[in-house]
Write a protein that binds this ligand. Structure first.
Ligand code: ZN
Length: 260
């Protein structure tokens, strides 16, 4: 508890001063829904989200894309001094209306992870009832600057799939997107943050990813990633929630989590 309070006191000092946060930091923020509705496990209320985006803008953060990060890894282009990746899982239908608009008003863009087989439908893996983007929405959002990437075909948990099932799943996603002429990144967000944790399965999976050109995969890690991640297929994201207002959000930006 004491440590938490020390952090709470120090964070605004660090955030507001000229003290650098340390080089090579790359916060990857994970969102699902952003809408003017009460906070729940998956929703960050729009006004809270707007405050979070203001906080990023005030501190000089600039959003980047996975395409930009890949290019930089290959020695092309540059990264801003304070890069941030703003990511959205599941492609909820109102992404453009709320999240994208709030980001663009501040010069930011996001990456949306598509459960490809569910596009145009609902969040069936979660009981349904929540409309997802359709293909027209995806095309329009692409034109407006949103980056799209992979979130499996049917929102299956990669922890429970065999290697062959993973291969089929990814091939199906890419074939569908290619056939529809959708511009996307070969970056995967593991549904539920799940993937095999034991060897040799974990290494075999990453070998498969390399074969298929899946150059990045993001998990939930509650840590701040580096611009050159230790493991490109286990990039850690920060789960941003609806109660991450003010100092809680700054603590998350600094540490990736608020718990000790
Ligand atoms: Zn998901």
């Amino acid at each position: 508890m004491l440590l938490l309070w020390i952090i709470l006191i120090l964070t605004p000092l660090i955030a507001c001063s000229a003290i650098p946060w340390g080089g090579n930091r790359l916060p990857i923020l994970m969102y699902h829904k952003v809408r003017p509705a009460p906070a729940d496990d998956l929703n960050v209320p729009l006004d809270v989200f707007e405050h979070q985006m203001d906080a990023l803008a005030r501190r000089g953060y600039e959003s980047i894309s996975f395409a930009g990060l890949r290019a930089w890894h290959r020695g092309e282009g540059s990264l801003p001094r304070r890069p941030v990746l703003l990511t959205f899982d599941d492609a909820y239908a109102d992404y453009e209306t709320h999240a994208a608009e709030a980001m663009r008003a501040r010069g930011f863009d996001g990456t949306v992870f598509l459960p490809v087989g569910c596009i145009g439908g609902e969040n069936t893996w979660d009981g349904g009832g929540e409309p997802l983007m359709n293909w027209e929405d995806v095309r329009n959002a692409t034109k407006n600057g949103t980056e799209f990437a992979l979130h499996s075909f049917n929102h299956d948990n990669y922890h429970d799939l065999s290697l062959e099932e993973m291969r089929v799943d990814l091939a199906r996603c890419m074939a569908e997107l290619d056939a529809r002429g959708i511009d996307y990144q070969r970056t995967l967000a593991y549904p539920y943050g799940g993937f095999p944790r034991t060897e040799p399965m974990r290494s075999e999976m990453k070998k498969l990813f390399r074969e298929l050109g899946i150059d990045f995969a993001v998990r939930i890690g509650s840590r701040i990633e580096r611009t050159r991640p230790r493991d490109l297929h286990e990039m850690r994201r920060v789960n941003v929630q609806g109660n991450d207002r003010g100092i809680r959000f700054l603590v998350k930006l600094l540490r990736g989590r608020t718990r000790l």
